[in-house]
Design a protein around this ligand. Structure first.
Ligand code: HEM
Length: 481
């Protein structure tokens, strides 16, 4: 069946002017394609296509077309070129598997309970442990000393998923350089993106890159295998119930439908997947939110007021799980940050049938699908209004959120393939932002102008700030000294 094709006139999908042979290859920077794609997506909203060497890609950024693409009865996740390259080290893990692969279904069912409200409550003390390491580091900076926000947020989020998911301490705050796993992973993600953009002949010439990639994959595997081995040894030694964390569930969980467990190779892929997906994006979210707060003093002071009223003004009191859920304005700030800077800036879908027509006139094929450019969808004035480009957390007031169509905001993807770690990320980010605001004043000593670094995710680059204890805490300290 060819859907919705009836009598409607089909139209070619708009395309920026092409050059002979290379098509639109030079319209996007291969090392950092997103900036160009978002620019084109805003210019050609709601849809455009690019000819990139031997392949065609379609990008959608208008709400109405996205709304159609989010209909799971017609469309499903497409593991596109970039993610296919990532399969070299994440295999058929949750993020990079095709929905019809048996391991996606199995792992989805086994791991879903690890993201329930009960599970979040269990992770909370561990999240707090790592969040305190960040805040202590920042509190101890000397006067006039700056810190590079994004690497610190990466330390925080990697250590949090490591501890909550696998009871493994990366101890990143005790290291000057990023943990070797992060270095290997960053290079692998970046190389995957490069590979997705290379012509076949260029790929054959990239020998040094291939060697480095293989070494990085081996070193990630080595760490993951060690984590599994240690847990298995612990289980044998103690003979106790397995921990109900991600690793415990992967090693012992049985799929209620098939009665099967995950095999060892798949467990390795899942761990790598969670270590990557569980920290890259949340780290960017926290970094962008601090950048935006520094540039919007009126939002910052509302956030301070909320934090003071919910968490209190004594610095040595740590937040409880219940209090973090009461930080509603902080949560609005995080959502507004993800609207303007969705740290996973795009995702792809394709028709369940061989072809599908969207908007009554654009034909998509199953093979090619379409990429939803979240970063541009989130600025579509038809749903976000004339201030779509402005940072305004009131976009997420309960009233505003209720009036808006659900598919106007997609930072966590769509449907059954949406982010399994969404609540984890939001809890962690609210806790960390709450703690920072409870204790610290942020100083933009450098008058930082935003530069974005792309891998498969986006983050502020070289964003340095100074911090000092908040005035009332300094006064308190002075009085007790
Ligand atoms: C702000 C933080 C986060 C953002 C913006 C984000 C975004 C996304 C998006 C857009 C997808 C769908 C990708 C696609 O359709 O191709 C996704 C999937 C996924 N995310 Fe997240 N994510 C975040 C945090 C996390 C965390 C903390 C975890 C784990 C603890 C996680 C684990 C995953 C996994 C495993 C998938 C694949 C789910 C599946 O297909 O079954 N993410 N995420």
């Amino acid at each position: 069946m060819v859907e919705h094709e009836t009598s409607a006139e089909l139209e070619p999908i708009p395309q920026p002017p092409t050059k002979p042979i290379v098509g639109n290859l030079f319209d996007v920077d291969r090392g950092a394609p997103l900036e160009d794609i978002v620019r084109l997506a805003n210019e050609y909203r709601p849809i455009f296509r690019l000819s990139l060497g031997s392949r065609e890609a379609v990008f959608v950024s208008g709400f109405e077309l996205v709304d159609e693409l989010c209909d799971m009865r017609r469309f499903d996740k497409l593991v596109g070129r970039g993610l296919t390259e990532v399969r070299a080290f994440a295999g058929d893990g949750l993020f990079t598997s095709h929905t019809e692969e048996p391991n996606w279904q199995k792992a989805h069912r086994i791991l879903l309970p690890a993201f329930s409200q009960d599970a979040m409550r269990q992770y909370f003390p561990m999240m707090l442990d790592i969040a305190m390491q960040l805040v202590k580091k920042w509190e101890r900076l000397n006067r006039g000393e700056a810190t590079d926000v994004t690497p610190d947020m990466t330390r925080l989020t990697l250590d949090t998923i490591g501890l909550c998911g696998f009871n493994y301490r990366f101890n990143s705050f005790y290291r000057e350089r990023p943990h070797p796993f992060v270095e290997a992973m960053t290079r692998c993600l970046s190389e995957s993106m490069q590979r997705a953009g290379r012509l076949r002949i260029q790929e054959r010439a990239a020998v040094r890159e291939a060697r480095q990639f293989d070494a990085d994959v081996a070193s990630m595997n080595e760490l993951v295998d060690r984590i599994v081995k240690e847990r298995r040894a612990e289980m044998e030694r103690t003979g106790s119930d397995p921990r109900p964390d991600l690793l415990g569930r992967m090693l012992t969980g049985v799929d209620p439908q098939s009665g099967e467990r995950l095999d060892d190779v798949n467990i390795r892929y899942q761990i790598i997947t969670f270590l990557i997906a569980g920290h890259e994006t949340t780290s960017g979210l926290l970094s962008f939110s601090l950048y935006l707060l520094l540039h919007h003093p009126e939002v910052l002071s509302r956030a301070y007021a909320e934090v003071d009223s919910v968490l209190g003004t004594e610095s040595d009191v740590t937040p409880t799980y219940g209090q973090v859920h009461q930080l509603r304005y902080v949560s609005q700030i995080l959502h507004e940050t993800l609207r303007l800077y969705p740290t996973a800036p795009a995702f792809s879908v394709h028709p369940l049938e061989a072809t599908a027509v969207i908007g009554g006139r654009y034909r998509l094929t199953r093979e090619r699908g379409a990429t939803i450019v979240t970063a541009a969808l989130h600025r579509d004035p038809s749903v976000w209004g004339s201030d779509a480009g402005e940072f305004n957390p009131d976009h997420f007031s309960p009233e505003a959120a209720q009036q808006r169509p659900a598919n106007a905001y997609k930072p966590f993807g769509n449907g059954q393939r949406a982010c399994i770690g969404r609540q984890f990320a939001l809890l962690e980010a609210s806790l960390v932002l709450g703690l920072i605001l409870q204790r610290l004043e942020l100083v933009d000593h450098d008058h930082y102008e935003l530069r974005i670094k792309e891998t498969l995710t986006i983050k502020p680059d070289d964003f340095r700030i100074q911090v000092k204890k908040r005035a009332h805490l300094r006064a308190l300290q002075g009085a007790t000294a």
